[in-house]
Write a new protein. Sequence first.
Length: 157
Amino acid sequence: MRYLPIFALLFVFACETPPSEDGRLATDGDYSGMGSQNAGVPAGELAPGVFDTVYFATDSSTLNSEAQGVLRAQAEWLKANPSLNILVEGHCDERASREYNLALGDRRANAVTTYLKGLGVDAGRVETISYGKERPVANGSDAESWAINRRGVTVVQ
């Protein structure tokens, strides 16, 4: 009886839903609220208090309120530093096909870029790239690793 919680936990992880035949992902939970400042989340700063990474829910390129807050700080910092250009990287977790994840990473990078432009960042200063699932920061095959890898990263060029 004392092993029941362990078996239940193993059962939950063993029953993870794989991508469907078309490459789309099943929703596994929303970790998009993971803040850049949370312990264990590999994010950096463009400047003190200006985080470089936003996180996305599974199979989504929608910016949640926390991501929008991070991007508002980025926009203010970028407007105060008009000589800097940036590259916005779109990343995905390891699930689904390479092609699907490249397209999703592109949508994520473009969502970040569109939001920054809407806040007054000059479009000529921003480039985008999708790495899909090719550059994970967490190598695990678990919900936490997947959540950390679903991200948009702003890099100064």
